[in-house]
Design a protein around this ligand. Structure first.
Ligand SMILES: Cc1ncc(COP(=O)(O)O)c(C=O)c1O
Length: 432
């Protein structure tokens, strides 16, 4: 049986061509068209087929390495439960902390495991998650965690499966390479509770392949591995083998030869790392944040728009009122920064770029729909804020931030709607 998909649209026009959303192309003189059948029109459309395809591409790129699907921070804003259900091919998922497991139904994983990237925070965690029915591996990065494991030895009733994180140069988490032999020896003493799996590290500059730090981190990782093997400490690991885990999305795309035993892509799985790089690898966006025009204002030259009256109309023009604001996770800075690279930030109205004007407010954006004389838009028209046709990394660059920030920042009041063009499970379900 296929996976249970959280909510699957019934129709085949799930990612609507903006034409199909548009009901009328006559110049706007009225706002009486229905904007939505029920509820506010803003939604995050999650393309499960794209997610699966992206995962398969990344999995293939890692060769025989286990491809861990990184789903922390609520599946990078796509909805943890929905993302996990959509990926039956993934053998392992990664979260930042064990608390994030509370948002996941254990039966969804059915025999698959979860890697906890920040590791243990307290000794009750392994037993708690095991009681809930989760199979977990923990990344141990600091001496305080090691001390905690020693204090639990003999008492733990569940084996604690452990990856040891090495600080190879990012200087965020991880043991110093110089400390690695004593750390392994101490863990090796904890035979009753700890099962050692391997070493992990994280690249600071994977998205800049020419950065010197990449080479330094590779060398450091290799030397640490060699030192452990020379000391015979691979033999105290599970199956007498010291596993290695190093690459995130950018690392896997740029340095696949470093895949080793496990890779950990997150952002590329969501099709949101870098649109140019993605095109080269066939990765496509998973989330489309879409809404509609809910009103149109006809303003005169000299009229002001929005809070502070920042925008002053230069001629008679139509202003579109878009149902989305910073309260939904749209970055307010985009509307206050002005032009970026000679181009004003925009949204796609009925597929057409329309510049943001005035300040972004909590629930609404205002956009320039052009001259009142020729405006062809009407309330109810489809608006894409980012997604299939407007890359989220471009919108992020307008806000001087990164796509991760925008995706994880989509707030809980925005419904996620899961669509699947391949596996039409749950034919009866329509919208979430
Ligand atoms: C340790 C670790 N591995 C993997 C990832 C996934 O990174 P990305 O989303 O860039 O692929 C992250 C993300 O922050 C991480 O912290």
């Amino acid at each position: 049986m296929g996976p249970s998909v959280p909510c699957v649209s019934r129709s085949s026009d799930d990612i609507p061509s903006s034409r199909t959303w548009r009901r009328d192309t006559t110049p706007v003189m009225t706002t009486s068209k229905p904007v939505r059948d029920s509820g506010r029109p803003l939604e995050a459309l999650i393309d499960i087929a794209a997610l699966r395809r992206n995962y398969d591409i990344l999995n293939a790129r890692g060769g025989s390495a286990v491809c861990v699907a990184v789903v922390k921070s609520d599946g990078y804003g796509h909805g943890l439960q929905g993302v996990v259900e959509a990926l039956p091919a993934a053998r392992q998922f990664a979260l930042a902390t064990a608390n994030e497991l509370d948002r996941l139904r254990p039966e969804t994983l059915s025999g698959r495991s979860v890697l906890i990237l920040e590791g243990l925070f307290d000794l009750g965690e392994p037993e708690r998650v095991s009681r809930l029915g989760f199979a977990v591996e923990w990344v141990i990065h600091s001496h305080w965690q090691l001390d905690m494991l020693e204090s639990a030895d003999m008492r733990s009733t569940v084996p604690i499966r452990v990856w040891v994180k090495i600080n190879t140069g990012m200087n965020r988490l991880g043991f110093k390479p110089a400390d690695i032999l004593p750390v392994f020896r101490r863990l090796g003493q904890l035979k009753s509770s700890v099962l050692l799996l391997g070493i992990a590290s994280h690249l600071a500059c994977a998205d800049t392949p020419e950065a010197v730090l990449n080479r330094q981190q590779f060398d450091c990782f290799d030397q640490t591995y060699d030192r452990l093997v020379r000391a015979g400490l691979d033999r105290i690991c599970e199956e007498g083998r010291l596993r290695r885990s190093l690459l995130n999305s950018a690392g896997l795309l740029q340095f696949p030869e470093r895949a080793h035993d496990q890779v950990r892509p997150g952002i590329a799985m969501y099709g949101a790392l870098d649109s140019t790089l993605h095109q080269a690898h066939g990765l496509t966006p998973v989330m489309t944040l879409q809404t509609k025009l809910i009103a149109i204002q006809h303003v005169r030259a000299g009229d002001r728009v929005g809070y502070g009256g920042d925008y002053v109309a230069t001629s008679d023009q139509c202003i579109g009122i878009v149902a989305a604001g910073y309260g939904d996770g749209y970055p307010r800075q985009v509307s206050t920064r002005g032009e970026v690279g000679g181009q004003p930030p925009y949204v796609l109205v009925d597929g057409e770029p329309c510049a943001l004007v005035g300040r972004c407010s909590m629930d609404m954006l205002t956009v320039d729909l052009g001259s009142s004389a020729t405006c062809r838009f009407s309330a109810g028209d489809h608006v894409e804020l980012w997604g299939q046709r407007l890359p989220v990394d471009l919108v992020a660059s307008w806000a001087s931030t990164i796509s991760y920030h925008l995706l994880t920042g989509v707030t809980q009041r925005v419904p996620r709607r899961y669509i699947d063009h391949i596996h039409k499970v749950n034919q009866g379900a329509d919208e979430c």
